[in-house]
Write a new protein. Structure first.
Length: 102
């Protein structure tokens, strides 16, 4: 698994309406900064290299497709499809937040 602990991309949280119980509008803007995508691609390559070590042969399944050498989203289709599209989401915990006083 590869994860960025200090991404360059920053999202936003906005109020959807003045109603206290309304769910917020959350736009995490994952990988909106190309540096994050480049770092994820590098991390995936390192993970694949570690996973192909002879000591891990017992746990190795079929080989994933070979990634291209480019570090841009245009050249990483085999390993980064779907990670560069920003998404807007409202997680379940955001929908259940109550703003009323106890």
């Amino acid at each position: 698994m590869v994860a960025l602990m200090a991404p360059f991309s920053h999202g936003s949280i906005r109020l959807a309406s003045p109603t206290p119980g309304a769910s917020p509008i959350i736009n995490p803007r994952y990988n909106s900064d190309d540096r994050d995508t480049d770092r994820m691609i590098h991390g995936l390559r390192v993970a694949r290299e570690i996973g192909s070590a002879p000591a891990l042969a017992h746990w190795q399944g079929r080989k994933p497709s070979q990634a291209r050498t480019s570090t841009t989203t245009k050249g990483c289709a085999p390993i980064c499809s779907g990670i560069s599209a920003p998404t807007v989401t409202t997680p379940a915990h955001a929908r259940s937040v109550s703003m009323r006083r106890p």
